[in-house]
Write a protein that binds this ligand. Structure first.
Ligand code: ADP
Length: 274
């Protein structure tokens, strides 16, 4: 607590009264510590590929200058590291953009079912290239939610990408409706995989920036550690919820729940549907 003592004149002029101000600094300090941690983590994540790049550039300028085979191999490694930096910067920018508008409710209406189908269609071929297949279980749509189509597409994309990256090869994406006693009618999008699962102690921390169960495996699969943080912030803006259930050795189910359009106040303006 920050403590300040002040004096206030009494309204009737009969003297002064002492005032004690107490300000809770814990949450301000915690936020500041999180910010410092974030900058330190982001710098470290960018430095690692940069150090690799510099190492290879120096090798190509020196010992490997005349070795055509080594040059081709090193250039490929450098390309992969540069792509990793690009992905990281893209994710950092997305995260800060989403945070900037986190308190602005989306005004358009999005059919989550149609959007999920688009994402499954787009991600099918790259998933197959990685040896996975995605099944889409279309329910009784449409599934309208108040939302920002680009942001929701990104949410679905991130969840499917994780299921493909960390799963065992079979991914399924489904939609359903649910009546929640407190939240009203909700649309549920679920993404399941048959991968190794996530030990329970990690689950509460997965949406923290740069938190990974296994850093090496995330990096090897091209992960930045920001995907679920981006999902969480987008969902905050959409009054959405994220639930991750996992059984080690069996797989993971990630569920996103969003308010159904028209079912709960405040209603977005349909005119903004562009
Ligand atoms: P990343 O870029 O590392 O994939 P995310 O924020 O998307 O970052 O996910 C954080 C971590 O959660 C991942 O590194 C991985 O360890 C774990 N994870 C996410 N989805 C799954 C899944 N479907 N199965 C197993 N582990 C997962």
């Amino acid at each position: 607590f920050e403590v300040q003592i002040g004096a206030l004149p009494m309204p009737d002029g009969s003297g002064v009264s002492a005032v004690l101000f107490l300000r809770d600094l814990t949450s301000a300090r915690r936020l500041e510590a999180m910010r410092v941690d974030f900058v330190a983590n982001a710098s470290h994540e960018l430095r690692t590929p940069l150090a690799t790049l510099i190492g290879f550039i120096e090798t190509l300028q020196g010992p490997a200058r005349d070795d055509a085979q080594a040059r081709a191999r090193f250039l490929e490694i450098m390309r992969v590291q540069a792509l990793r930096m690009t992905r990281l910067i893209d994710d950092l920018l997305s995260l800060s953009r989403i945070e900037l508008r986190e308190h602005v409710a989306p005004t358009a209406v999005v059919d989550l079912g149609a959007l999920a189908r688009q994402m499954v269609d787009a991600q099918g071929p790259p998933a197959e290239a990685r040896g996975a297949s995605i099944r889409f279980e279309d329910g009784a749509g449409p599934y309208p939610v108040p939302g920002d189509a680009d942001e929701l597409a990104r949410v679905i994309e991130n969840l499917i990408e994780n299921a493909v990256k960390y799963g065992g090869g079979q991914v399924s994406v489904g939609l359903a409706r649910e009546e929640d006693a407190r939240l009203g009618r909700r649309i549920i999008l679920s993404v399941s995989d048959d991968g190794p699962g996530i030990p329970p102690e990690h689950i509460p921390r997965l949406t923290e920036r740069f938190y990974r169960v296994d850093v090496a495996s995330s990096r090897a699969r091209g992960g930045t550690g920001l995907g679920l943080a981006i999902v969480k912030h987008s969902l905050n803006r959409h009054r959405g919820r994220l639930a991750i259930e996992s059984a080690v050795g069996q797989g993971t189910v990630v569920r996103v729940s969003l308010p159904e359009y028209g079912a709960a106040a405040p209603l977005p303006a349909a005119a903004d549907q562009a």
